[in-house]
Design a protein around this ligand. Structure first.
Ligand code: ADP
Ligand code: ZN
Ligand code: ZN
Length: 730
């Protein structure tokens, strides 16, 4: 029997293997050159889009179905990106087809062709340049020809600048004076702004990055306002000058129109943005433009790490400590870590920047794996803010604010400055409490080990909302347990602070900024624009830690961070320290020195003490010591299997079965099955099994062998489960 060639295809289904199909009917014999092309295939009753991973020989061709159609004329996924995605599938132990589906923009995932990225422009011909003087003055064709004298002009731009240009262009075309040409679609920014002269430390950093030969990881560790972005911009400029592409990752809240404008005007070329505000087609266009090498600078959030970079020169990850780089569902990748993998494969330098580096990155810098670049002063003339800790024990508080703090806010406003009041709880109050019997309003669908999760009070005290599952309910008229009417909102949220500050300072604007008020991406910018330079108060959550430069901001008040001091999560201290330093960094720019006031019931807390007196690096040293002693990352490597089901037994049975597949004593420790930090969410029971190892290798060796068996467990079919390698939250 003649050998029958087959296609081995990765499909976006939650199964670990590749799938064999016959080539589409009437197509030539497939070869290795077809690897990376997309095909449409039948899968059960459905049709799916997959990517060819290899060509094989069928033992039993009659058992195979033919693919329906080729979708790409040439491989869509090839070279470095294809190799890096294979790495990611191995590392996360996720199906390759699902990893590829995560990496591709939705239209490509659906099987649409690679987007057209070309636009059209008009330019004068040689005849036109020589002869346009003969055109009658002040006619449309003559005015259009005058405009084109300086060079080709994009049709998008003509639409903006020249009414009814098409008839004028047709007239010029007819005389052979102008022609239509194909160009890259984006309009370049009008002019380039020069940057400031770098200071000595910036200069050193820029030179180190520019001198990198091939892959080299850098930790650019510089306080807020020390000029890290300037360093990125200069390194990118050099990368562009060498004809290479640059990819810049920023956290979700960091990609503001202001940031993009700064990049565009400084670099003087189109900067392609990739963020959650774009629609699918816009994303696909940027992806296509990058894959063709047309997009030279791509600035984007987490998923931009999957941008193809055929001419890569540099990768930057700004605010590398930010938790939004970790995808928390589906394929649980960390964009910073994957960017390093890509940088290595692409042989380009990777710059991780932060004022509060993650302990992982600091550890890598200390051990010499990353080159540690430090910017220790604020750029220009800006001074670091002074920090004061207010002991609020036994003090009379007005909705959480101490009298001295209220007076201080008044003084800063009097002086014509702005004040930021930071509270990391949104809503009106975290809990609704019955003063007579102690009842608290619970979410019916969620709970923690000790009690049900309280609903947060919103809508000036009229509405309840669960921050974990989104459930909403009206505030009851009376206590459901004792019928008392003494229901009181307990604790302070941003809404309640806003209400109080409006009462205290009726002559000044008070703007609240949190996830409830800034659901839309540019809402933050717009809110800040309404404040402008006038004295006023901003109240908000950590969203305020980033974004728009606020030169008039001289006082940052941190209200009630105490909840964060006692969390069970081993990363809680790190997150709290980063949040405090980032928010404090907003105070004081240029000629106005800033102050940071911290209110706490725990003035002697070791973390606060170290942070206030020694700064972030002293805190990080101490914290790394504790992590090492306790055997937590970065001194251990973790993988977490999560399971959820309607009945807790089903979730536990599955995880116990997994645990039984793992032999004890191979360098990997097993903890669990145990309840998740929130054992019930949205009506599902949630449990987890933690695997921990001192070395990465035994852990991954174990997972390699384990995962195929896990997919095959009969208990797996009765639960929703996932594997999280390097989990951020335990
Ligand atoms: P970071 O990214 O570390 O927060 P930026 O690069 O945004 O810091 O710089 C903070 C401010 O200081 C910006 O307004 C920037 O234009 C300015 N700046 C940066 N470097 C210099 C410099 N060498 N001289 C003067 N101003 C500078
Ligand atoms: Zn009651
Ligand atoms: Zn809930």
């Amino acid at each position: 029997m003649p050998a029958c060639p087959t296609l081995r295809i990765a499909l976006p289904v939650p199964l670990p293997q590749l799938f064999d199909y016959l080539p589409p009917e009437n197509s030539p014999v497939p070869s290795d050159g077809d690897v990376g092309r997309r095909v449409r295939v039948p899968f059960g009753p459905r049709e799916l889009v997959g990517v060819v991973e290899g060509v094989g020989q069928a033992e039993d061709p009659a058992a195979l179905r033919p693919a329906l159609a080729w979708l790409d004329p040439a491989p869509l996924l090839a070279g470095e990106l294809a190799r890096s995605l294979h790495w990611l599938a191995r590392y996360t132990h996720a199906p390759l087809g699902e990893v590829i589906a995560t990496a591709l923009p939705a239209p490509l995932r659906r099987g649409e062709p690679l987007a057209d990225t070309h636009g059209w422009a008009w330019q004068l011909t040689q005849d036109g340049i020589a002869g346009f003087g003969a055109l009658r003055r002040d006619t449309r064709p003559q005015r259009l020809a005058t405009l084109l004298q300086a060079g080709a002009v994009n049709e998008d731009l003509l639409d903006d600048q020249f009414e009814d240009w098409r008839s004028a262009a047709r007239a010029l075309l007819k005389r052979g004076f102008a022609e239509r040409i194909e160009v890259a679609a984006l309009i370049p920014p009008p002019n380039t702004q020069p940057g400031p002269t770098p200071n000595a430390q910036q200069q050193e950093a820029i030179e180190a990055i520019n001198a990198a030969d091939g892959f080299q990881p850098f930790l650019l560790d510089g306080v807020t306002g020390s000029g890290k972005t300037e360093v990125y911009l200069q390194a990118i400029a050099q990368c562009l000058a060498q004809g290479k592409q640059a990819l810049v990752l920023v956290p979700e809240i960091g990609l503001t129109p202001q940031t993009l404008h700064r990049f565009r005007s400084r670099l003087g070329i189109p900067v392609h943005a990739l963020h959650s505000g774009l629609n699918d087609n816009e994303r696909a266009r940027v992806w296509a433009a990058a894959s063709r090498g047309e997009a030279r600078v791509i600035v984007g959030t987490r998923s931009a790490v999957f941008t193809p970079l055929p001419q890569a020169g540099l990768i930057v990850i700004d605010e590398e400590h930010d938790g939004s780089y970790k995808q928390q569902d589906g394929i649980r990748y960390h964009a910073r870590d994957f960017a390093l993998v890509r940088g290595k494969a692409l042989e380009v330098p990777v710059v991780l920047g932060s004022a509060t580096p993650s302990l992982e990155s600091l550890h890598n810098a200390r051990s010499g794996r990353y080159t540690h670049l430090r910017l220790q002063q604020r750029a220009g003339d800006a001074k670091p803010p002074g920090v004061r800790v207010f002991d609020v024990r036994k003090r009379p508080l007005q909705d959480g604010l101490a009298p001295e703090v209220i007076a201080g806010i008044g003084q800063h406003l009097q002086a014509g400055n702005q004040v930021l009041v930071f509270k990391n709880r949104r809503g009106y109050a975290p809990v609704l409490l019955c003063h007579d019997c102690g009842w608290t309003a619970p979410c019916k669908r969620c709970s923690t080990p000790l009690h049900s999760t309280p609903m947060t009070v919103h809508g000036a005290g009229r509405r309840l909302q669960c921050h974990h599952c989104g459930a909403r309910a009206p505030v009851p008229l009376a206590c459901p347990d004792c019928a008392s009417l003494a229901l009181q909102p307990q604790g302070i949220g941003t809404e309640r602070l806003e209400e109080r500050l409006l009462q205290l300072f009726p002559d000044h604007p008070v703007l609240r900024i949190d996830r409830s008020t800034t659901a839309r991406r540019d809402a933050l910018e717009q809110t800040l624009a309404t404040l402008g330079d006038q004295p006023g108060i901003l109240v908000g959550t950590q969203i305020l830690a980033k974004g728009h430069d606020l030169p008039k901001l001289t006082l940052v008040v941190v209200v009630g961070i105490d909840e964060g001091l006692f969390s069970a999560d081993f990363r809680a201290s790190e997150k709290l320290a980063q949040q405090l330093i980032q928010v404090a960094g907003r105070a004081g720019r240029a000629e106005r020195p800033g102050e940071v006031w911290l209110q706490t019931h725990h003035p002697d807390n070791a973390l606060l003490h170290t942070l206030v007196n020694g700064g972030y690096h002293a805190f990080a040293e101490a914290e790394l010591g504790q992590r090492e002693a306790a055997g937590f990352p970065p001194f251990a490597h973790l993988a977490l299997l999560r399971a959820e089901a309607k009945q807790v037994e089903q979730a536990n049975d599955f995880l116990s079965a997994v645990r039984n597949l793992i032999a004890a004593g191979n360098g990997v420790e097993r903890f669990g099955p145990m309840p998740a930090p929130m054992p019930r969410r949205a009506g599902f029971q949630r449990t987890q099994l933690l695997l921990s190892a001192e070395q990465r290798r035994p852990l991954h060796g174990l997972l390699d062998a384990l995962m195929a068996q896990v997919y095959a467990l009969p208990q797996a079919r009765r639960v929703r489960w996932s594997l999280d390698v390097d989990p951020l939250d335990l």
